[in-house]
Ligand binder design. Structure first.
Ligand code: ADP
Length: 260
């Protein structure tokens, strides 16, 4: 990543928000948003006040995952945006603003400025956690966000695949550089259990994240299986942690929430 873009500006603090936690990934499609929304919901089920800021300009999927894709942003005072409420969570997303694909062609400085504005100009209620679903990667936008937002910590999501793990290393180095504490690594798509015969397979490899976590002395916070239910629930607009209180996926996220 390009450390040349490091700048020194005061950190953006959001009044009334105790912890902003960044959920990041080195590359897209590893399950960052799925993890962000299920973790947020698990924290909320445990009684915490939780918000999500969907900053994934390349694929703002949180509105769909919470049945809010058609929501329009409103303002009570003509200045601040009211967050969209769903399942006890409050959210704002670049997706509520763009509705189409125009956000995807933003240049870096414009994107990070817009994301920080989204954070600052939302009328967040008092929150224990604001989960920040970061854009994937370790480019200028991510560095700027990491540097300008007062983050309590960051979590990196990866699959066990070698090519994803290389990007995890870049992510660890980036957060170290911008002095954001890393809470740990989550491995998604760790294994798959065949629904008919119960056979366990590892389509993306075994223990990749465990090795990286050991190398950087970081906690491996969770292993999440590849599970059709997780995908179906999000496509249907209700995270598994809310839709199925007794499912094994919910149990994994409940344990994860207790570690955050
Ligand atoms: P990212 O935010 O990293 O781009 P997403 O969370 O959008 O990734 O996930 C990409 C796709 O994979 C989505 O369709 C999601 O439902 C699916 N998915 C993610 N994790 C799992 C999993 N553990 N089991 C099944 N499907 C998953």
């Amino acid at each position: 990543y390009n450390s040349q873009v490091l700048i020194h500006k005061p950190l953006t603090h959001v009044k009334g928000v105790k912890h902003i936690i960044a959920i990041s990934s080195g590359k897209g499609g590893v399950g960052k948003s799925s993890t962000a929304v299920n973790l947020a919901a698990a924290l909320s089920v445990q009684g915490a006040k939780v918000g999500i800021l969907d900053a994934d300009i390349y694929g703002p999927s949180i509105p769909t995952m919470l049945s809010m894709a058609d929501a329009d942003l409103t303002s009570l005072d003509g200045k601040l945006m009211e967050p969209v409420k769903s399942f006890g969570l409050v959210t704002n997303s670049i997706g509520y603003l763009s509705k189409g694909n125009d956000a995807m062609i933003w240049r870096g400085p414009m994107a990070s400025k817009a994301l920080i504005q989204l954070l600052q100009e939302t009328n967040w209620p008092d929150l224990d956690y604001l989960i920040l679903d970061m854009p994937p990667g370790t480019g200028d936008i991510q560095i700027t966000l990491g540097q300008q937002i007062e983050l309590s910590g960051a979590i990196i999501i990866t699959t066990p695949q070698d090519i994803a793990l290389l990007d995890v290393k870049k992510g660890v180095m980036m957060f170290n550089e911008v002095k954001v504490p890393l809470l740990g690594i989550i491995e998604n798509m760790s294994w798959h259990t065949c629904e008919s015969c119960g056979h366990e397979s590892h389509p993306f490899g075994i223990d990749g994240a465990k090795k990286i976590a050991e190398e950087f002395k970081l906690p491996l916070l969770a292993n999440i299986p590849l599970d059709i239910v997780l995908r179906e629930d999000l496509d249907a607009g209700c995270p598994t942690t809310i839709a199925r209180p007794n499912h094994r996926i919910t149990e994994i996220f409940t344990n994860l929430a207790a570690r955050v």
